[in-house]
Write a protein that binds this ligand. Structure first.
Ligand code: ADP
Length: 460
């Protein structure tokens, strides 16, 4: 087993990985930017090194600085968390070349799945259903027009290197195809330095259902059930739950099997997620694979009882999976709410600054993953995730009630947060019935915000 792991990340996930290391008797070494001097992960760690200025490109994406710290401190592995360098295949390779294990899949697998057009083609060959769309990349608006005519409108223009919902455009009107194609391509070039595009049929009002998988170096591949991540704003997840109300046992088994097939086809190793959209007729289609630990992983941890970061570390150290598929038992219901430092009443504008008083919820079945502490400063340079509240209960309704009371207990003085909005979502009759899709938030935002303003819960 590793002796010392460098955690190449910040915020709640740095704390999350730190805790797993401590429990495994591995020394965590953390790094931080100048804006994060007072961050929780820095305060917890005995070994913390500044790797550069606030700007991510100068610090958390600074491969040279990170590898230098890892080597100088004698780390034998690096955990990249999510975001930053976690899905950078060249970074994974650079770690291996420096004799340091990268806690994630091999670089070539990251690259193969990182090109979503190529991943789509691979899955199609493996017999995993994909959304009808282009065979490979689409290089011009003209070609896009041909593909769209063949698959039928509406279509979705997507960036092969895409992430975070960027470089994506919905097209309902053929007249709009050419201008939107150019717009999406420019956005992809600006965001990812890669303007490769492809086309999919736009599935109307789908659910976003993803499966957690684990794969070791010895041919072991298991799936740990699904997460329903359909509560999204602008393609960004806000609330996730497992199990999904949309799946029957038969559909769950079929999708789980497809997820395992997908992971095997990718030659996968470590923790990963197979994302699907599920249409109104219960047909499911692969959309992409995420080759990292995800923000919403605790939802799965609570229903399967496995520590996924611990599993990641064990796999990277060459150990076999600690459980086989038949030993996986999914119990009860889990929900996660992402508490973001943003102001829903003012167009979700970011709300960095200093936290004053802080009270985090607790009690039976409640977990909070966060880098917050009273008086901490939230820098403006990074994403807006402040905390994740995750609850577990025997049934979905009990989990909803537990989440409502947890959010009622949460007090963050200072920056604006989306807590109230999440609380209102948990009171919306369609949510309570489990009757929602990726259009839910946009469709109900006005009424949810009005409920926030009124200081009263909606219905139910
Ligand atoms: P990103 O990597 O940018 O997050 P994804 O391919 O994962 O992009 O898609 C993000 C979200 O967009 C999904 O969660 C889903 O809600 C929606 N989406 C993706 N593909 C389709 C599709 N073909 N039809 C309808 N919605 C889609």
């Amino acid at each position: 087993m590793f002796k010392r792991i460098l955690i190449a990340n910040r915020g709640e996930v740095a704390v999350r990985v730190f805790r797993a290391c401590r429990e495994m008797d591995i020394e965590p070494v953390v790094v931080y930017s100048q804006a994060d001097r007072e961050a929780l992960h820095v305060q917890l760690a005995e070994q913390a090194y500044c790797i550069g200025p606030a700007r991510s490109a100068d610090s958390y994406l600074n491969v040279e600085a990170i590898l230098t710290v890892a080597q100088a401190t004698g780390c034998d592995a690096i955990h990249p968390g999510y975001g930053f360098l976690s899905e950078n295949g060249d970074f994974a390779d650079a770690c291996q070349q420096a004799g340091i294990a990268f806690i994630g899949p091999p670089g070539q697998v990251i690259r193969a799945m990182g090109n979503k057009a190529a991943a789509r083609a691979l899955m199609q060959r493996a017999g995993v259903p994909v959304v009808p769309g282009s065979d490979g990349p689409v290089t011009s608006a003209e070609q896009a027009r041909e593909v769209a005519d063949a698959i039928g409108y509406p279509v979705l223009i997507k960036a092969a290197a895409g992430g975070g919902g960027r470089g994506m455009r919905k097209v309902f009107d053929p007249e709009q195809l050419a201008p939107l194609f150019e717009e999406a391509r420019l956005e992809a070039e600006a965001c990812f330095g890669d303007g490769e595009m492809y086309l999919e049929k736009l599935i109307l009002r789908p659910r976003h259902i993803e499966f957690q998988i684990l794969a070791d170096r010895h041919g072991g591949v298991i799936q740990l059930g699904e997460r329903d991540c359909s509560i999204q704003r602008r393609n960004q997840k806000l609330l996730e739950e497992s199990p999904s109300k949309a799946l029957t046992p038969e559909l769950r088994a079929a999708m789980g099997q497809a997820a395992v097939t997908a992971a095997r086809a990718a030659g996968y190793e470590n923790a990963g997620t197979i994302e699907f959209v599920l249409d109104q007729d219960n047909q499911f289609y692969f959309i992409e694979m995420n080759t990292r630990i995800q923000v919403e992983h605790p939802v799965t941890e609570l229903i399967c009882g496995l520590d996924l970061v611990r599993e990641q570390i064990r796999i990277a150290a060459g150990m076999p999976l600690s459980v086989g598929q038949e030993e996986v038992e999914l119990r009860g219901h889990a929900i996660e709410c992402r508490i973001n430092g943003e102001d829903p009443a003012h167009g979700f504008r970011p709300s960095p600054g200093r936290v004053g008083f802080l009270h985090l919820p607790g009690g039976f079945g409640v977990r909070v993953d966060t880098g917050l502490y009273p008086g901490c400063e939230i820098p403006a340079h990074y994403d807006s995730l402040m905390a994740k509240v995750i609850v577990h209960a025997p049934t979905r309704l009990e989990a909803i009630r537990r989440m409502r009371r947890s959010l009622e207990e949460l007090v963050i003085e200072g920056p604006a947060t989306n807590t109230d909005l999440l609380h209102q979502i948990l009171h919306h009759p369609d949510f309570v019935r489990g009757n929602y899709n990726t259009g839910f938030l946009e469709e109900h935002l006005d009424i949810l915000l009005a409920w926030c303003g009124s200081g009263e819960e909606g219905q139910v």
